[in-house]
Design a protein around this ligand. Structure first.
Ligand SMILES: *Cc1c(COP(=O)(O)O)cnc(C)c1O
Ligand SMILES: [Zn+2]
Length: 417
């Protein structure tokens, strides 16, 4: 049972049956799922949601797949944490961290894969596949293992070890492609035309993309059924950034919250910033880039939803920012040291950009803000391994420890003086 009715072209509005297709035959526009919102409004209340499972399946009526096909590793309903110490450090009155590092494979990609694999199984696919910057591969491999399905994941050959092993452990066919993500994506698009596999972000992309709306639903529910003033989200293809806003608008459409007035801002790394660069040039037409950044998970030089992300910045009076590699590391450390949350490089991008947006006055101090932390730090240890304070190394006796500690404190005192 699903309230999804059709696939609809985002450009010309033509409708298609719910099938594993992703672009319009007439104008090549991307297809998006259309729903029976009146039906959803009648089937879903605040009470019914609150009684549901503590995972993204609590919003099953709004998902485009039949929950009987789900592969449930426990994705979603992640903590929304009031970040008072970080707020103070950067100059905001109220800041929340949406902590998506705690998903089953430690990134928000478990949301999109949960929906994509359920739909793929409903369609009768026997094998899952994807083109990935790392996190998607981890999540597809885990969910395919959980379903006992064949799995083919394609990644660039220069990824962090945590992301490579984080896929290999589930024993998919793991393919490291010499080239960038955009090369990987081109190869997979070609393969998807002749292989009977569900490529989650190609032939079942319209369903996959819908999974990110659950971030918007959860934020609204966890704030007590209302939308925040501002959200800052990282952007790779730009899909998650656009779907959070779609989620907030849908919650209003089905009567669960007041009309959202949230300003949506996007975060990118300077070394891969096609969307932010276009925003700064006041154009909706981005120029593809060749990525060079430690934020590998965001290194998509030719973003599929870049145009829609730029339109959304206009529509919501939001903005876009970018940070360099050093600022990414500082962002990771600031979040860890103030809030106890260890994010991967994409989280460093989000916190670094948030800090800049507040410092420039683009986000006002009194705007209640939510920052999306989309992946866990143990996958990108390389980025910070030599940027943290050296441990004290001591033999196992108390006086040696005391000496080492006072030496360290002396050094610190000296540095302060
Ligand atoms: C994939 C990814 C994103 C952004 O994804 P979109 O393609 O923009 O939807 C953000 N953070 C992390 C950690 C990711 O893996
Ligand atoms: Zn069309």
């Amino acid at each position: 049972m699903t309230f999804a009715q059709a696939l609809k072209c985002r450009e010309c509005g033509r409708e298609y049956e719910l099938k594993p297709i992703f672009s319009c035959e007439f104008c090549f526009g991307p297809l998006e799922v259309a729903y029976d919102y009146d039906g959803i409004r009648g089937a879903m209340t605040r009470d019914s949601i609150e009684r549901g499972p503590t995972s993204l399946w609590r919003y099953a009526e709004l998902l485009p797949c039949d929950p009987q096909y789900k592969v449930d590793l426990g994705t979603g309903y992640t903590p929304l944490i009031k970040a008072d110490r970080l707020a103070k450090a950067i100059g905001l009155d109220t800041l929340w961290i949406k902590n998506d590092t705690v998903n089953p494979t430690w990134s928000f990609k478990d949301r999109v894969v949960s929906v994509a694999i359920a739909k793929a199984r409903e369609f009768g696919f026997q094998a899952m596949a994807c083109a990935s910057t790392g996190n998607l591969a981890n999540s597809v491999a885990a969910h395919a293992a959980g379903a006992g399905m064949d799995c083919y994941v394609f990644i660039p050959d220069d990824l962090e070890q945590g992301k490579v092993v984080g896929s290999a452990i589930y024993d998919p066919t793991l393919v490291m492609v010499r080239g960038s993500y955009d090369d990987v994506n081109r190869l997979c698009t070609e393969l998807s035309m002749s292989r009977p596999w569900a490529f989650v972000n190609i032939n079942v992309r319209p369903y996959y993309a819908e999974g990110s709306r659950t971030l918007g639903y959860e934020i609204a529910e966890q704030l007590g059924w209302r939308a925040p003033d501002h959200i800052v989200a990282p952007m790779a293809s730009g899909s998650m950034y656009t779907k959070i806003w779609k989620g907030l608008q849908e919650f209003h459409k089905v009567g669960l919250i007041d009309a959202p007035k949230t300003r949506m801002s996007g975060a990118q790394a300077e070394g891969c910033s096609p969307i932010t660069t276009a925003y700064e040039k006041h154009t909706l037409n981005f120029v593809p880039q060749k990525p060079n950044t430690i934020a590998r998970s965001l290194a998509i030089g030719n973003p599929a939803d870049g145009y829609y992300a730029l339109k959304q910045m206009e529509e919501t009076n939001g903005g876009a920012e970018m940070v360099n590699d050093d600022e990414i590391v500082q962002g990771i450390k600031l979040l860890a040291e103030t809030e106890g949350i260890f994010a991967e490089t994409a989280g460093g991008v989000t916190i670094g950009c948030l800090k800049k947006l507040v410092a420039s006055g683009f986000i006002r101090r009194d705007e209640e803000t939510v920052a999306i932390i989309s992946g866990g730090g143990l996958k990108t240890v390389e980025a910070v391994a030599d940027k943290v304070t050296e441990p004290l190394r001591v033999p196992a006796n108390a006086s040696a420890f005391d000496e080492a500690l006072s030496q360290r404190q002396g050094v610190l005192a000296g540095a302060r003086a």
